[in-house]
Design a protein around this ligand. Sequence first.
Ligand code: NDP
Length: 455
Amino acid sequence: METTKTINPATGEEIASYDRITADEAKEKIAKANKVFQSWKNESFEKRAKLMHKLADILENNTDKYATLATQEMGKIIGQSRGEVEKCARICRYYADNAASLLENRSVETEASKSYVTFQPLGVLLAVMPWNFPFYQVIRFAAPALMAGNTCVLKHASNVQGCAFALEEMIEKAGFPKGIFANLNISSDAVEEVIENEHVKAVTLTGSEPAGRSVAAIAGKNLKKTVMELGGSDAYIILEDVDLEEATDLAVFGRLQNNGQTCIAAKRFVVVDKIYDDFLEMFTEKMQAKKMGEPMDEDTFLGPMARADLRDELHDQVEKTVIQGARLVIGGKIPKQKGAYYPATILAEVEPGMEGFDNELFGPVASVIKAKNEAHAIELANNSTFGLGSGVITGDKDRGEKIALQLEAGNSFVNKLVVSDPRLPFGGIKNSGYGRELSGYGIREFTNTKSIWID
Ligand code: NDP
């Protein structure tokens, strides 16, 4: 029987091995999710909300347990793992409290005696999810999906199967009907058959561009709706009027949080010429001061990357960028220790055409880019095939807002790192994907926006 093995990236040791399910077993779980849908779609918002609050309670009451599991499976430092679990509870409560109003019928004046728009659930949804926020990415999809009346099957990343099963278990424990949310422990090759299954009505994927292209193509062939939340190479423009202490604090956290493996992490720092050297000096000092080590230690700031193969790929990208002419300021060497560690690394004088500019660096590596002036900084920021997040750091909020409006991205923040907030839509443009998660926009993605006309 095929198995999925989870490995602790801090030690390289195996944690557990999970038997993969067969195609027939996957079919059974999908059929069950469809059966549950027939009654769940008619359940009241009050009942759904009660269960969703219970799920939030379970997350909050077991924060340490789930946080430890995430840290063991993918290396996130323990404090940030706790933060992730707490954020999951907040998302559950947000949708428990707001789904009914977000999905309220919208009355429209026409010649009819009554006409309105209503939002009805679609059925079984497939979520293909990544390992970087093993609980949050799934809850961000599942909380609105379940509140809207859909049911779910999950194909989670292989390296976080413990988290995947924990999610299935906590949803059942909260009192949701058995089978409403099923973890399919299958390989990515088996996803095609799941998408083709007649009961699966739509697919959402968070992950890499190649995985997104593949899943979207299969879903397209089957005329099934998709939402794609893919990678990013977010640019942060740093203007000459900033407080350098604040700007470098943001830059360090933005680049190193989640060990550098966040789709909306600050990856390209576009700094205007006037303060380039000063920014780089202070940024380097602060990056160097952050402690790398065992992710369960409370004083560690930078843990290992999630998998050794991902670390090796990142290192290749760093070497390529240096060969192409960038300057390696710090880091850039695989440490001689067990685990998938990679040090905080800064590449300076990075330019278009170099690997560290053109592609996503999914790890603790910052590309620092020199811009002649504000207009050049905007041009450089937009010179990317990605368009997920972006930011402007400036002493002048109005100036920041004007620039934010010109940035080609789904999220542009001024003087703050891009974060997902349940009240605001989240998603990208260009090769960062399409569709939106969170807020009313997110919950309506997987509903039938239906017109009703009573003559
Ligand atoms: P992937 O995109 O390969 O994995 C994400 C999910 O998609 C996993 O569940 C994976 O399963 C599944 N998957 C992968 N390929 C396919 C496919 N062809 N058909 C169906 N499902 C598929 O991410 P990686 O783990 O390889 O990470 C590599 C890169 O992905 C990172 O360097 C980063 O650029 C990007 N990434 C972006 C994230 C984001 O938040 N936008 C999150 C994580 C990664 P399995 O694990 O079994 O392969």
